[in-house]
Design a protein around this ligand. Structure first.
Ligand code: PLP
Length: 393
């Protein structure tokens, strides 16, 4: 079944490429297809100009100072790897800090450094039931920093429970202590207004396919002035991107990323409220039919939950079975990268949830292309299957 035929509620995994983004990319596939490193001819120079304009625009939209602070990658996995491994390989082996609920790509980059002799503190998050469930305790971060701490890596918004970390406050602590801060903003960029200068981060990862852009193109913000962040390339080649990441630039992808970011910024004032409204509609209609349903993570009104995220425990029913019984819905129980694993979600485990609670949990990611009618149908289908599975006809 094509994604077009289902009610797509898996927008944390990826989003449909906006048709306006596709249109913007086409000329770079059909006409402006030259290699931007081919400065020996006009077509290559033109491609180089396109990349330069997109870099400047992306920098402007994320509050960076200039286009040269943007390094293009294949996606956020690579951006996270380059930020963490590339940054630390220029430093003396030391100590790192991250958080238990980070995306597997951050945790895996930390593992690479552990094998190179680094040490790591993994901060816990506040547990289920706490009013700041899923957020870190800032005092714990202060206490974890020690001489030799080179980098702190904390995500802006979580891919399963949508919790938004207090990155501005985290940055202030890092500044006080002279420690660099990397932020995986993959789930946040395009969802709410943000600026790398206001957040005061040194490195920030994001990827186009989470905000209605194409797959296979991501970016890393690398602070280029003041406290300049320096990177050792993890992929070397023809010296592209000032030697920070080798490989021919993906010009159509870069144009798609810039266009998707521009559109998100334009649509955000209307879109955020509309999607949050649909999310609340889904929550309320399920809560009224499923007694004992639990919202995992922070409250919907807390101010630190992504507006399009829900993560729900549907008591007595295995989340996987519910998905199988609702083939008309595209849903997932957690990170797409770990969806094939039988391991329970490490994010929900970090909230202190037990195996049964995790098994009964489903993640919902609403998006630009969902309608109120789809949400009504999704809710009806879920309630019907839930009741059937529980033998409550
Ligand atoms: N970081 C977070 C928070 C994510 O949600 C994801 C994707 O799910 C990634 C990183 C990896 O992104 P990509 O698929 O572009 O490599």
């Amino acid at each position: 079944m094509s994604a077009g035929k289902v009610i797509y509620l898996d927008n944390h995994s990826t989003t449909r490429c906006d048709p306006r983004v596709v249109q913007a990319m086409l000329p770079c596939l059909e006409q402006d297809y030259a290699n931007p490193s081919s400065v020996t001819h006009a077509a290559g120079q033109r491609a180089g100009e396109i990349v330069g304009q997109c870099s400047d625009e992306i920098a402007r939209l994320i509050g960076a100072e200039r286009g040269s602070e943007i390094v293009f990658t294949s996606g956020a996995t690579e951006s996270n790897h380059l930020a963490i491994v590339g940054f630390c390989r220029r430093k003396k082996v030391g100590h790192l800090i991250t958080v238990a609920t980070e995306h597997p790509s951050v945790l895996a980059a930390m593992d690479v450094l552990l094998r190179e002799g680094w040490t790591l503190t993994t901060l816990p998050v506040r547990p289920a039931g706490d009013s700041e469930c899923g957020r870190i305790d800032l005092q714990m971060l202060r206490d974890a920093i020690r001489p030799g701490t080179a980098l702190v890596s904390v995500m802006l918004a979580n891919h399963e429970i949508g919790v938004i970390q207090p990155v501005r406050e985290i940055a202030a602590i890092c500044r006080e202590q002279g420690v660099a801060l990397h932020c995986d903003a993959t789930q946040a960029v395009g969802k709410f207004p943000l600026s790398v200068r206001e957040l005061d981060v040194d490195l920030m990862s994001f990827t186009a396919h989470k905000f209605y852009g194409p797959k296979g193109i991501g970016a890393l913000f690398v602070r280029g002035s003041g406290r300049r962040a320096r990177l050792e390339p993890v992929m070397s080649g023809g010296g592209q991107q000032q030697g920070r990441r080798g490989g021919t630039l993906n010009v159509p992808g870069i144009v798609g990323l810039a266009m998707a970011l521009q559109l998100s910024a334009e649509l955000m004032p209307e879109e955020t409220g509309r999607i949050a409204g649909l999310r609340d509609q889904l929550f309320q209609s399920l809560a009224s039919e499923i007694p004992g349903m639990v919202l995992n993570g922070a409250g919907l009104e807390s101010g630190w939950r992504l507006p399009h995220n829900l993560n729900l425990q549907l008591p007595g029913v295995d989340g996987h079975s519910l998905m199988v019984h609702c083939p008309e819905l595209a849903l997932s129980s957690g990170s797409a990268c770990t969806a094939t694993s039988t391991e329970p979600s490490h994010v929900l485990q970090a909230l202190g949830m037990n195996a049964d609670e995790i098994r009964c949990s489903l993640r919902f990611g609403l998006g630009r292309f969902n309608s109120a009618e789809e949400i009504r149908l999704a809710s009806r289908g879920l309630v019907r299957s839930y009741r059937r599975l529980r033998g409550l006809h």
